[in-house]
Design a protein around this ligand. Structure first.
Ligand code: ADP
Ligand code: MG
Length: 387
């Protein structure tokens, strides 16, 4: 029997209880030092909510990809030290992925994880699309709840899926094309327009027959792109693609191009005309979801398109949501991260939630022993029949 997703209030009295909080402390590290502690700070509202009410909080997270083996390179020591400064007295377990049972969702690992634990809270949006032990295991037996960070993510992203204000525009870019075509297809059901830049645009341009030089593309996705272009036309949606580009010519020299790239040339950013056009679309929208940089913004020669789009995201009156690790990094690089309405902490998870309307971690919470049966609650996500 599944109910709605239990919130912190549905835990009842937490005083004196040991509460396992699954956090996403997968922070960027360089030479053993944390380069950005945003993810640790983002977990504090939930941690503080619990400790203020007398709970003993035990946090757990993965860090990097140690592949089921202990590896000092991925130890949680630096995170533990930072957490001790931000939330004294809160425990942090060792990297969950040091044990193959985490990614393998091994019941024996779940049992070890919840030994001596009374309650479970999931606040790890970035890991909720994975059916890993620490995500789907504890809610099978423990009173459980969605943490404040995860709750906000779910409300914002499902809100986009279910009741966006129109015009709703999705701006997509980045380099993981095949990963993202599923979400393009799902978005075509809800958006009024799709704006496509980044390396993603070249597979679409190739599908329209334009020469793309030596730019990054995925030839085996051309047919899918053709189908999506036809689908959008048939349903009256607009797909905006670049009309000019910047990049390098066949000799590797910086160059600007029209829509047709010469042989050997590589497109690394949308051109200024395109950036202005995309910006207009964003300014006229009432809801905008942005995932994926418009170009190789890490190189200052090719950051202009991403910067213009980021600035439009900051300036528009629309409700603005940004998902994706690199898109969030670009916003931060331009100092605009406080000027959008929501920056999602989950890359893959935010796309999957938009595409499918549910995640394994949320489904697990809905089956927790304390999940309230109340179909009309706002975070009973996809409004489907409760079983
Ligand atoms: P996100 O993390 O926001 O989901 P992705 O991981 O899909 O975004 O893509 C980010 C990467 O895409 C960036 O490192 C950027 O340099 C790269 N990129 C964007 N446009 C291009 C392009 N035209 N050619 C090559 N790489 C690109
Ligand atoms: Mg990325």
């Amino acid at each position: 029997m599944a109910g709605r997703i239990p919130t912190l209030a549905d835990l009842g009295d937490v005083s004196g209880k040991r509460v396992l909080v699954r956090t996403d402390f997968n922070v960027p590290m360089e030479n053993g030092e944390i380069t950005d502690d945003f993810r640790i700070r983002a977990a504090l509202p939930t941690i503080n909510w619990l400790t203020e009410r007398g709970a003993q909080v035990v946090t757990a997270s993965h860090l990097g990809r140690p592949k089921g083996q202990p590896n000092p390179k991925y130890s949680m020591d630096a995170v533990r030290a930072r957490l001790a400064e931000l939330a004294p007295g809160v425990e942090l377990l060792e990297n969950l992925r040091f044990d193959a049972g985490e990614e393998g969702n091994d019941p024996a690992f779940v049992a070890k994880l919840i030994e001596g634990i009374d309650m479970y809270v999931d606040d790890a949006f970035g890991a909720c699309h994975r059916a890993h032990a620490s995500i789907v295991g504890p809610p099978q037996t423990l009173p459980s709840a969605v943490g404040l960070l995860l709750q906000k993510e779910v409300e914002v992203l499902l809100g986009l899926r279910e009741h966006p204000k129109h015009p709703f525009v999705a701006v997509l870019g980045g380099s993981k094309i095949s990963d993202k075509l599923g979400v393009v297809e799902a978005l075509l059901n809800t958006v009024d327009a799709l704006v496509i830049g980044g390396a993603m645009c070249f597979t679409f341009l190739a599908a329209q027959g334009y020469p793309i030089g030596a730019s990054l593309w995925e030839p085996d996705q051309v047919d899918t792109c053709k189908r999506l272009l036809e689908q959008s036309k048939a349903s009256g949606k607009t797909i905006y693609l670049p009309e000019d580009l910047t990049g390098v010519d066949a000799n590797g020299e910086y160059a600007t191009f029209g829509i047709r790239l010469p042989e050997g040339a590589k497109g690394f950013d949308i051109g200024p005309g395109t950036a202005a056009a995309f910006s207009d679309v964003i300014m006229d929208a009432r809801t905008v979801f942005w995932n994926g940089p418009m170009g190789m913004f890490e190189d200052p020669r090719f950051e202009a398109g991403t910067r213009t789009v980021a600035q439009a995201m900051a300036d528009t009156k629309a409700f603005t949501v940004v998902g994706g690790g690199d898109s969030a990094a670009a916003l931060a690089q331009f100092g605009l991260d406080d000027d959008v309405d929501h920056v999602s902490t989950g890359g893959g998870a935010s796309l999957e939630l938009l595409e499918l309307g549910d995640l394994p971690g949320l489904e697990a919470l809905r089956h927790a022993p304390n999940a309230p049966i109340s179909p009309n609650d706002p975070i009973s996500p996809n409004g489907r029949e409760l079983s």
